[in-house]
Design a protein around this ligand. Structure first.
Ligand code: NOJ
Length: 534
């Protein structure tokens, strides 16, 4: 039977902790900064927060390299701070999801340290993927797999063995065939659930199991059949986790980061006894073009219906190009393998489309994700000086891909110059430099401006909560002019998006609830969207 849990309709705000708000003045966001800004999030009108990793980490990959899964990194605070934050978020009516990184840990994790200290063949190495190399002297990697960050997926040790890492060398892959690994993560889930965490976002959810024998992928691999992702065995892991989550009186939830090429593969993670939901990357990657958007929406609804999972909608996250920038380019798609840094961008066009997209995603059935700064209309920062770049992608790609820092720049809260209220007065510089032009985009600057992105998000989230979250999980398309998409939710609400370059007529309606651009003579301007009461 379909559950009516809060997560089916939640608006979830993604906190990239390092860049949200700095409480202690070291130039890096932390729990104290986040706690102080909880009233902002409550006022924004979101239902839940998802925090990117907060565990102890050397930060080789922004915390996605965990050295202790049961403690908080000192950059962010202490375990007591985390508990205090959870209690306060709950008091303010906000649920909290945190990131779980089960595919790999840090090379500073005690397990990996013990593995390195042990000789080849020692059981301490069995929690990871250690293998002898190929070639006469074992000088070649054990197979031809490539790291997602560039370069080989294997690193050789002085004793001659190689270990597997699908991301940076500081992120050794865990061996999920090992019972000890499974038991450890089951315990980690309980550790945080017992402290009040409402759920987990699961990093690289498709990657935990590998095809036995670790076969080569060859020169022209089929992206839907890779030996390091979407192995059948992964589903058993999520069934076991689901039983743990369902064992709590207020059941806890999982959202999967499932990047897979086909929806047939994707949807299997959302079967009723597996993950509750997953990010809709097909939508995130889709061009801002009416036929493509309509098809993606239909596919999404059809696929999720098969398994009774709620659809989700996401425009940006900490791994992508901010959509204000993406939608201002000629090619508005997103491709993880080619971020097209420096492509010509029309920021005004990108911003108009981002406003329209905000109303589109907030009108659709299911859950929706807002990445911090979406609500301020932040663009990708494309001119971070190369010597300030922190993302390991930059080094691993041999300086061909600047990576993801451009969407991770600390938020502008107030004032006319950096750090724009991100840190307290007298603090260290923010860990990534903020553009001077962000003075016009601070929360303080946008609050009094009725036409600002922030005000649009606040109004839309309030209307969504009041009118849309109790409606059935489907839509009905309304026939109309070419290049204009319109759909109904129930009998009383419609959303219209004008993808054309000319003003468009609105379908029959009783009232206009909200528009992304002011109507002109009753027409919806180019790149505009509207919410209507019918
Ligand atoms: C996905 C995360 O979102 C990304 O930031 C990270 O680099 C990789 N997984 C590896 O953990």
């Amino acid at each position: 039977m379909r559950s009516n849990g809060w997560w089916r309709t939640a608006a979830i705000y993604q906190i990239y902790l390092r860049s949200f708000a700095d409480g202690n003045g070291d130039g890096v966001g932390d729990l104290a900064g986040l706690r102080a800004r909880l009233p902002y999030l409550r006022e924004l009108g979101v239902d839940a927060l998802w925090l990117t990793p907060w565990n102890v980490s050397p930060m080789a990959d922004g915390g996605y390299d965990v050295a202790d899964y049961r403690d908080i990194d000192p950059l962010f605070g202490t375990l007591a701070d985390a508990e205090g934050f959870l209690a306060e978020a709950h008091e303010q009516g906000l649920r909290v999801l945190v990131d779980l990184v089960p595919n790999h840990c840090s090379d500073a994790h005690p397990w990996f340290r013990a593995a390195l200290a042990a000789p080849p063949g020692d059981p301490a190495r069995e929690r990871f993927w250690f293998r002898p190399g190929r070639g006469a002297g074992g000088e070649l990697p054990p197979n031809d797999w490539r790291s997602y960050f560039g370069g080989p997926a294997w690193t050789r040790l002085p004793d001659g063995e190689w270990y597997l890492h699908m991301f940076a060398p500081q992120q050794p892959e865990l061996n999920w065939e090992h019972e000890g690994v499974r038991a450890e993560f089951a315990d980690v889930l309980r550790f945080w659930f017992d402290r009040g965490v409402d759920g987990f976002r699961i990093d690289v959810a498709h990657g935990l199991m590998k095809t036995p024998g670790l076969p080569d992928v060859g020169a022209d691999p089929d992206p839907a059949d890779l030996p390091y992702q979407d192995h059948e065995g992964v589903h058993e892991i999520y069934r076991a986790w689901r039983r743990i989550a369902d064992g709590y009186a207020d059941p806890r939830v999982f959202v999967g980061e499932v990047w897979l090429p086909t929806t047939a593969q994707f949807v299997r993670y959302l079967r009723p006894d597996e993950l509750h939901s997953a990010f809709n990357f097909e939508f995130l990657c889709c061009a801002w073009e009416p036929n493509a958007i309509r098809k993606t929406i239909d596919d999404t609804l059809d696929t999720h219906r098969l398994v009774g999972a709620p659809p989700t909608w996401v425009l940006s996250n900490h791994d992508t190009i901010r959509h204000v920038t993406r939608y201002g380019r000629e090619d508005t798609t997103f491709d993880l393998g080619n971020r097209r840094h420096g492509a010509f961008t029309d920021p005004a066009l990108g911003t108009r489309r981002a406003r329209a997209a905000a109303l589109l995603t907030l009108a659709l059935p299911g859950g929706v994700y807002v990445y911090q700064g979406d609500e301020l209309g932040l663009a990708e920062v494309e001119d971070i000086p190369l010597e300030r770049i922190q993302d390991p992608t930059w080094e691993r790609s041999e300086h061909t891909d600047r990576g993801r820092d451009g969407c991770r720049v600390p938020l502008p809260w107030s004032g006319g110059e950096p750090p724009f209220g991100f840190s307290p007065p007298g603090a260290a510089q923010p860990w990534l430099p903020q553009p001077a032009g962000w003075s016009a985009l601070t929360v303080e600057a946008q609050e009094p401006d009725a036409s600002s992105m922030l005000r649009l998000y606040r109004q839309a989230l309030a209307i969504r909560r009041e009118r849309l979250t109790t409606l059935p999980e489907d839509i009905a398309w309304i026939a109309g002019d070419d290049g204009v998409l319109a759909f109904r939710r129930g009998d009383g609400f419609a959303c219209v998006v004008n993808f054309t370059a000319a003003p468009a007529r609105l379908p029959a309606h009783a009232d206009v609830l909200l528009t992304s651009e002011p109507l002109r003579d009753g027409l919806l301007p180019a790149d505009g969207s509207a919410w209507l009461a019918l």
